[in-house]
Design a protein around this ligand. Structure first.
Ligand code: HEC
Ligand code: HEC
Length: 278
C-alpha cells in the first residue's frame, strides 16, 4: 500500500470507527441497540458523563464524586466478583435507582428499552467490553436469622476487617483519617454506615454483596474467601444494626447496643441497653 493510500484508509477507518464501534459488541449481553442508546445518552447523560464518555461533561466540575469516566470500564456496584465487569442488570439498577448522595440521578422514567439501549451504548465506550463479558454473579448463601451471638461475632469481624477504614461505623477509621484516593485520583471517604443507606446498598443482601465483592475503583477490598458465607452474614447483620437500613429491626439494634464499647473485651454480661441513642 502506498503512503497516501494508507493515510486515506486510516481516515476512512477513523470515520467508520464511530459507526463500527457501535455495532456488534462481544461481551455485554443486554441485547440493546447502541445506536438508539447513543441518543438516550446524548439527551440524559452527556451533561455529566461527557460527549466522549470521559466523565467530563459540562456540569462535572460541580460533582463530587466526579461522574464516571466510562472509558476504563470500571464499575463500582456490581453483583460480580471484584475486578469483573457488571451484568446488564447491575447497570440497569444503577440507572433506575441512581446513586444516593451523589449527583447520579435515578432515571425511573426511562423505558426498559431505553435503559437497555443506553447500556448497550455504554458497553461500546470501553475496549474492555470487547474482550471480556460480565462476571458471574456472586452466589449469596441463604440468610440465617440473626441472633445475639451472631451479631456479637459480626462486630468482632467488623473490627478485624472494616474498622481500619469505617472506624466505629461512621467512616472515621485510621486509614480514612490519613486520607485515601480512588482509582481516578480523587479523594474518597469510607461510607458512613450509621446512615442506614449506601450510595447503592440498602438491604442486608446488598451489604453481603459489597463485603464479598468489594467496590471496584475504590480502596474497599473484596473479602473473597477470607470470610465464610456465614461470617459475611454476621458482619452484614452487624452493619444493619448500626443504622436504619431496610430490614434492620429494633431487635438487631438492641443486640448491637448491648455490646461493650469497641475495643474492649467482650464481656459475658450484656450492658444495659442505652435508650438515649438511636
Ligand atoms: C447530574 C449528573 C449525572 C447524570 C445526568 C448522569 N450521571 Fe451517571 N453518574 C454520575 C456520577 C457523579 C457518578 C459517579 C458516582 C460515584 O462514583 O460514586 C455516576 C456513575 C454512573 C455509573 C457507574 C455506576 C457504577 O456502578 O460504578 C453509571 C453506569 C452511570 N452513571 C450511568 C448513567 C447514565 C446511563 C446516565 C443517563 C441516562 C447518567 N449516568 C446520567 C452523575 C450523573
Ligand atoms: C480499605 C478501606 C476499606 C475497608 C477495609 C472496608 N471498606 Fe467499606 N468502603 C470503603 C470506601 C472508600 C467506601 C466508599 C466507596 C464509594 O463511596 O464509592 C466504602 C463503602 C462501603 C459501603 C457502602 C456501599 C454503598 O452502597 O455505597 C458498605 C456497606 C461498606 N463499605 C461495608 C464495609 C464492610 C462491612 C467492611 C468490612 C468487611 C468494609 N466496608 C471494609 C473503604 C473500605
Amino acid at each position: 500500500m502506498s503512503k497516501a493510500a494508507a493515510v486515506s484508509a486510516l481516515m476512512a477507518g477513523a470515520l467508520a470507527f464511530g459507526a463500527a464501534s457501535l455495532r456488534a459488541q462481544a461481551g455485554g449481553g443486554g441485547g440493546g441497540d447502541p445506536g438508539r442508546g447513543r441518543q438516550v445518552y446524548e439527551r440524559y447523560c452527556v451533561q455529566c458523563h461527557g460527549d466522549r464518555a470521559d466523565g467530563a461533561g459540562e456540569v462535572a466540575r460541580w460533582s463530587q464524586p466526579r461522574p464516571r469516566d466510562f472509558r476504563g470500564g470500571v464499575y463500582k456496584f456490581s453483583s460480580t466478583p471484584y475486578g469483573f465487569l457488571p451484568t446488564p442488570a447491575d447497570l440497569d439498577r444503577v440507572i433506575q435507582n441512581g446513586l444516593y448522595g451523589t449527583r447520579m440521578p435515578p432515571f425511573a422514567a426511562l423505558s426498559t428499552r431505553e435503559r437497555r439501549d443506553v447500556i448497550a451504548y455504554l458497553q461500546t465506550r470501553s475496549p474492555r467490553w470487547r474482550s471480556e463479558g460480565p462476571g458471574k454473579p456472586i452466589a449469596i448463601a441463604a440468610e440465617p436469622a440473626p441472633t445475639r451471638e451472631s451479631v456479637t461475632r459480626g462486630r468482632e469481624l467488623f473490627e478485624a476487617n472494616c474498622t481500619k477504614c469505617h472506624g466505629d461505623g461512621t467512616g472515621n477509621g485510621p486509614s480514612a483519617l490519613k486520607g485515601m484516593a480512588d482509582d481516578w485520583g480523587a479523594a474518597i471517604t469510607p461510607a458512613n454506615l450509621t446512615l442506614g443507606r449506601g450510595k447503592w446498598a440498602r438491604t442486608a443482601r446488598d451489604i453481603y454483596l459489597r463485603i464479598t465483592g468489594g467496590i471496584n475503583g475504590t480502596p474497599m477490598p473484596e473479602a473473597g474467601d477470607a470470610l465464610s458465607p456465614d461470617q459475611v452474614w454476621q458482619v452484614a447483620h452487624y452493619v444493619q444494626a448500626l443504622g436504619g437500613w431496610t430490614g434492620s429491626t429494633p431487635e438487631l439494634r438492641q443486640f448491637a447496643a448491648q455490646l461493650p464499647p469497641p475495643g474492649t473485651e467482650a464481656s459475658s454480661e450484656p450492658a444495659p441497653a442505652d435508650t438515649t441513642k438511636r
